[in-house]
Write a new protein. Structure first.
Length: 100
């Protein structure tokens, strides 16, 4: 199943945030790089905006925030250092000090 189809299924689940979050984690665990996952989620986000599906877009954007560390630590989507976006340090300063 394509990623956009998986996102649509998650959006129609009883707990869309939880399902989208789990999907992002699973994609990263299966070897997708963070940049690709973000790109896939943003593609669907643009489709939701064009279709005026604001509530679903908001949930998707909340998960995107977790992918780019613009969220509370308890929902941050962590990856191994080799899976981070190439050429970008996605580690927050306080997280960097904890990892050392």
């Amino acid at each position: 199943m394509r990623v956009d189809e998986q996102i649509e299924l998650a959006l129609h689940s009883p707990e869309p945030f939880k399902q989208l979050h789990a999907l992002a984690v699973n994609l990263l665990d299966q070897g997708s790089d963070r940049a690709t996952v973000i790109q896939d989620f943003k593609k669907v986000q643009r489709q939701l905006r064009a279709a005026d599906r604001e509530a679903e877009e908001d949930v998707l954007m909340d998960v995107l925030d977790c992918l780019v560390d613009w969220c509370s630590p308890h929902v941050r989507i962590e990856t191994a250092p080799d899976q981070r976006v190439a050429g970008k340090d996605t580690t927050s300063p306080d997280r960097a000090s904890r990892e050392q």
